[in-house]
Design a protein around this ligand. Structure first.
Ligand code: NAG
Ligand code: NAG
Length: 443
């Protein structure tokens, strides 16, 4: 037996191939019953062993190989090889022999483990020691005795590589989805924020989060609205509020003067008036309210916008006072012969710019004699003709304002009443001294 055949079992395959080509029987074929004494080519019967025995052709055939070729015997045949040929020991028949592993103690541990200093087997971390063949897109996981290549979260294995999963295709987000390498993120439309599950969107209460409303804020789904307090209007920017100038809207808001204030307005009245029902001005009766400065000897006379203190005794010689309002000229006094027998003081007030003609004062005769006739006239104080008398009947007449007058102004009119009785040849004259205060305003 040739040494190479026994020490290099890897070459047996080649030999088997060559044997087939040469039409030789396999060694197994020799395991035949005793009756077989005929052997195939290259074998001869060996009666001792009762087996077909290989013939060494290199010895039996002269010049089995010619020239520089050397003869190599083998089962059932022989080979001629160049003398320089190395002994064949691999399938490819070429290349250097495999490197011989460096001399070391043989690894007594199972695959994936290695002995430590105490000679016990510990797991080899193939991932840490770069002993794995995971792709760059893959993650290496060490396992006891081995390792595993897996895709990171959010990646999926397609072929050999890990590919990002587009989670946005699966409608995870209520509003908007942004795919990221290995993950995704949900986003919400303006006015919303991510809910606790990071997927749904919940309304943001902008009012609680510093919405820029100047005055009032109303949250609504996805947005907010600014509103203003009464008396303010929302600016075009939608946030700020500006005061409404109510006074500019209408001149009828206030009877006298409108004053705009932040968020509101107020009506003001001139001196001597008080506000009535927020917009009207009402004359203050200083005489009634006691707000006057009149003395004991004076009588307080109220008029539109003010008052007057008049002396209670207004009688001038030869007249003598007979009551608060009345002065008499005694018939016994010769100076009284051509004078009205009495002068009665009256006071009244009218507002400015009354529409005319306007009845302002009615005169009524007090002493009525049967068949008497009373005539009325304006004896003094009407030089402009602002008033006239309209006789109503024998005992009364009306003072009429003929022209619109504007105050503040004051008339002192002597209204004379002449009483006549033709039967008794009686004629008497009395005067009503009427002071007319015209207020400065139409109210
Ligand atoms: C939502 O995202 C935040 C920030 O990224 C994270 O801390 C939280 O755990 C996430 N919540 C859920 C339910 O995923
Ligand atoms: C008014 O005076 C006239 C003329 O003197 C007289 O005729 C008439 O009766 C008087 N009327 C009254 C109601 O006194």
């Amino acid at each position: 037996m040739l040494p190479f055949a026994s020490c290099l079992p890897g070459s047996l395959l080649l030999w088997a191939l060559l044997l087939l080509l040469l039409g030789a029987a396999s060694p197994q074929d020799s395991e035949e019953p005793d009756s077989y004494t005929e052997c195939t080519d290259g074998y001869e019967w060996d009666p001792d062993s009762q087996h077909c025995r290989d013939v060494n052709e290199c010895l039996t055939i002269p010049e089995a190989c010619k020239g520089e070729m050397k003869c190599i015997n083998h089962y059932g045949g022989y080979l001629c090889l160049p003398r320089s040929a190395a002994v064949i020991n691999d399938l490819h028949g070429e290349g250097p022999p495999p490197p011989v592993p460096p001399a070391q103690h043989p690894n007594p541990c199972p695959s994936g483990y290695e002995p430590d200093e105490q000679e016990s087997c510990v797991d080899v971390d193939e991932c840490a020691q770069a002993l794995h063949d995971c792709r760059p897109s893959q993650q290496c996981h060490n396992l006891p005795g081995s390792y595993q290549c897996t895709c990171p979260d959010g990646y999926r294995k397609i072929g050999p590589e890990c590919v990002d999963i587009d989670e946005c295709r699966y409608r995870y987000c209520q509003h908007r989805c942004v795919n990221l390498p290995g993950s995704f993120r949900c986003q919400c439309e303006p006015g919303f924020q991510l809910g606790p599950n990071n997927r749904s969107c919940v309304d943001v209460n902008e009012c609680d989060m510093g919405a820029p409303c100047e005055q009032r804020c109303f949250n609504s789904y996805g947005t907010f609205l600014c509103r203003c307090h009464q008396g303010y209007e929302l600016h075009r920017d939608g946030f700020s509020c500006s005061d409404i100038d109510e006074c500019s809207y209408s001149s009828y808001l206030c009877q006298y003067r409108c004053v705009n204030e932040p968020g509101r307005f107020s009506c003001h009245c001139p001196q001597g008036y008080q506000l009535l029902a927020t917009r009207l001005c009402q004359d203050i009766d200083e005489c009634e309210s006691g707000a006057h400065q009149c003395s004991e000897a004076q009588t307080c006379v109220n008029f539109y916008g003010g008052y007057r203190c008049v002396d209670t005794n207004r009688c001038v010689e030869p007249y003598v006072q007979v009551s608060d309002n009345r002065c008499l000229c005694p018939a016994s006094n010769p100076l009284c012969r051509e004078q009205p027998s009495s002068i009665v003081h009256r006071y009244m007030s009218i507002t400015s710019e009354r529409s005319v003609p306007a009845d302002v004062f009615q005169i009524q005769a007090t002493s009525v004699y049967p068949g008497a006739y009373n005539a009325f006239q304006i004896r003094a104080g009407n030089s402009q003709g602002d008033f006239y008398i309209r006789q109503i009947n024998n005992v009364s007449a009306m003072l009429v304002l003929a022209r619109p007058v504007t105050g503040p102004r004051e008339y002192v009119l002597d209204l004379e009443m002449v009483t006549m009785n033709s039967l008794m040849s009686y004629r008497a004259s009395s005067v009503l001294r009427l002071t007319v205060f015209v207020g400065a305003y139409t109210f």
